[in-house]
Ligand binder design. Structure first.
Ligand code: 3EB
Length: 366
């Protein structure tokens, strides 16, 4: 009896998987032993593709330079506890590279707009057509992978587009992206409200590829909206013909705890940008929005699970000269030990100077 119970407890402990996020330099990653790689789902470099063997795990790069920190920083996603039960190295499906365990999948897709254009019809498509086609293709391939591996639920997705605010074909590139993203969701039979993933959409320098990476799960997550903001998928048409498809946050139960993904959050109340031109006030408003999302996540969870101190932050700064002002505001609401990465990126509305995303992990007691 006793023996059986111990065995069961051990088996259950062994099967617990927790999604884990770390920020580590590419040099430190290069120095890791094979054991360290066992449960790595994927690695994302910031300013450039890290020199890491892409056969082992999917490797992506957002192309957004980091500000004021150590160089070569990477974002590492792992499925702690899934050692020995991971897919074998990085697999490819279309242009998507991915790795997974039973519960979780990480994937990444990198696409040159020019290359997609070249594949199209012979009679020279314009830039806007190429961007639309590239975006639609990327999302179709992403949904294709999820059908293939049966990680049905897209929980979190990061979108990096070169020159996100530039005009093309009479529209802003971000708005074209929104149209194609929405179309791809519809064509793939995905909902376009309520159960859509948490997301970020940022601008990278000209001539970067479109870079998209994502996390998906077998279990259905819970989506969280911000009571202070209009849901992005209900934004009025003045922000673009097709609304952006994302939830404000997403909460996932994994067997060892829960993860909270806070989408890119900015100085928007209702659907309007507020504090135009005032980066400090925008940062305070953004933190007020993140706090409201945490309250809402705790309410939905039925207990106080998340606080600002337990989150890891990624801060996108439009103008590097604004970094000290942003840091000044954050130091008033975050402990000095809080994990915070600062990146230079264009934010998806021209009047937004800062955008902040966050990830929270909460571990179930043993
Ligand atoms: C906003 O709240 C700011 O298009 O996927 C934040 C996060 C924003 C994700 C997206 C856009 C996206 O509307 C912009």
């Amino acid at each position: 009896m006793t023996t059986t119970r111990i065995w069961t407890a051990t088996a259950r402990a062994a099967s617990r998987v927790a999604l884990q996020l770390d920020y580590i330099s590419a040099d430190e990653i290069a120095a890791q032993s094979p054991a360290w790689w066992q449960n790595v789902l994927g690695v994302v470099g910031f300013e450039k593709l890290p020199a890491i063997d892409g056969q082992r795990v999917p490797v992506a790069a957002s192309m957004t330079p980091s500000l004021g920190g150590k160089g070569n920083l990477c974002e590492v996603w792992r499925a702690a506890g899934a050692e020995g039960r991971m897919s074998n190295g990085a697999a490819g499906w279309g242009r998507v590279q991915y790795r997974f365990c039973e519960e979780l999948l990480f994937g990444s897709i990198t696409l040159e707009e020019h290359a997609v254009e070249a594949e199209g019809s012979m009679n020279g498509e314009g830039e806007s057509r190429a961007l639309l086609r590239a975006t639609e293709l990327a999302y179709q391939e992403i949904f294709g992978v999820l059908r293939e591996t049966e990680h049905r639920y897209l929980i979190r997705i990061w979108n990096y587009l070169p020159e996100i605010n530039r005009a093309a074909g009479g529209d802003e590139r971000y708005r074209l992206f929104n149209s194609a993203r929405q179309l791809a969701f519809r064509k793939s039979g995905q909902a376009i409200v309520d159960t859509v993933p948490a997301a970020s959409a940022l601008g990278s320098p000209a001539d970067s590829p479109i870079s998209i990476y994502f996390l998906a799960a077998r279990q259905q997550p819970k989506m969280i909206e911000n009571p202070r903001q209009t849901s992005a998928y209900h934004y009025p048409p003045k922000f673009g013909r097709h609304s952006p498809i994302f939830s404000r946050a997403c909460m996932l139960n994994d067997s060892a705890g829960t993860s909270l993904f806070v989408s890119g959050t900015a100085s928007i109340v209702g659907h309007e940008t507020i504090h135009r031109g005032d980066v400090a006030a925008q940062t305070r408003e953004t933190m007020a929005n993140i706090s409201a999302l945490l309250d809402e996540a705790n309410r939905v969870a039925g207990k106080v699970r998340y606080s600002l101190d337990g989150l890891k932050f990624k801060v996108y700064v439009r103008q590097p000269a604004d970094l000290p002002a942003i840091k000044g505001v954050l130091s008033a609401s975050l402990r000095p030990s809080t994990s915070t990465v600062f990146l230079q990126a264009d934010v998806c509305r021209e009047d937004l100077l800062v955008e902040i995303e966050a990830t929270g992990e909460s571990h179930r007691g043993c």
